[in-house]
Design a protein around this ligand. Structure first.
Ligand SMILES: Nc1ncnc2c1ncn2[C@@H]1O[C@H](COP(=O)(O)OP(=O)(O)OP(=O)(O)O)[C@@H](O)[C@H]1O
Length: 245
């Protein structure tokens, strides 16, 4: 579904953060990205989701080379690839439901976008997605009053309403309590399995990557040095990714 060849990212003037990164991603994969601090994980995620401009590299998506996307390709990239940051940007004073429905941007008329009105069908749709992430009873609450884990789940529901096919999520469970961690990672697992969505998420705890993901990427010095189906890593593999300690 996605093929990336020789992706390079250089921050000016000469900080090469990603070097010659190549990979393929299939629909339905849950890829956990692990690696030491400063190894380039976030930069890789931002490049995959086109939040950051690439310095060079080739991108093939759904069989089309869109390395230099035109207007329509850019629209498709914006709809299909959703980047969710550690602390998702939500409208804090708007309800969880209204935040989720912001994902309808790509399907809503300009008039309704401007007036912010929500019709019955949209209301039901938004509540359906809130139910999928276990927040049915929180739809009316202001996003700013929700916990960190609940805000993450609102952002996930919004991405699903948008019709996102590739969720790129930076540190989705950092700082969350164990119950929220389990909820979110199980949610990713079932989205991949049941809806063929691909999830690429950085995880700081190797055990979580081993337990929940289908594939593990280990990043060191701006390269993917480990790319394996998820399983318990050997000591040697951990050393390859994190160095000797
Ligand atoms: N906007 C930027 N401008 C210049 N350099 C940057 C920028 N963003 C990241 N970098 C550099 O890229 C390198 C990798 O950063 P990145 O955030 O991708 O690492 P990371 O593996 O996600 O780290 P962490 O686990 O600590 O979040 C760092 O040396 C950082 O200073």
């Amino acid at each position: 579904m996605i093929t990336v060849r020789n992706l390079n990212k250089i921050y000016p003037p000469d900080n090469q953060v990603l070097s010659q990164v190549s990979f393929q991603i299939d629909a339905g994969e849950f890829i956990a990205v692990i690696g030491g601090s400063g190894s380039g994980k976030s930069t890789l995620l931002k490049c995959i989701s086109h939040k950051e401009k690439w310095s060079s590299g080739q991108l093939i998506y759904d069989g089309r080379d869109i390395t230099s996307p035109g207007l329509i390709d850019r629209w498709k990239l914006g709809k299909d690839f959703v980047y969710i940051e550690e602390k998702p940007i939500l409208y804090r004073n708007k309800s969880a439901l209204k935040n989720v429905l912001k994902g309808r941007f790509y399907q809503t008329s300009i008039l309704r976008l401007m007036t912010g009105t929500v019709n019955r069908d949209e209301h039901v749709l938004g509540m359906d997605y809130l139910e999928k992430v276990g927040l049915l009873d929180k739809g009316k609450l202001k996003a700013g009053t929700l916990s960190g884990g609940e805000q993450q789940r609102v952002a996930i529901a919004k991405a699903l309403v948008q019709g996102g096919k590739i969720l790129v999520v930076d540190e989705p469970v950092t700082g969350l309590d164990p119950k929220s961690v389990e909820f979110i990672l199980n949610d990713f697992k079932s989205l991949c399995k049941n809806q063929n969505i691909s999830v690429i998420a950085t995880l700081h705890q190797v055990e979580l990557a081993e337990r929940y993901a289908t594939r593990i990427w280990g990043v060191a010095d701006g390269k993917i040095v480990l790319d394996i189906p998820a399983r318990t890593l050997t000591l040697r593999e951990k050393q390859l990714v994190f160095g000797q300690s």
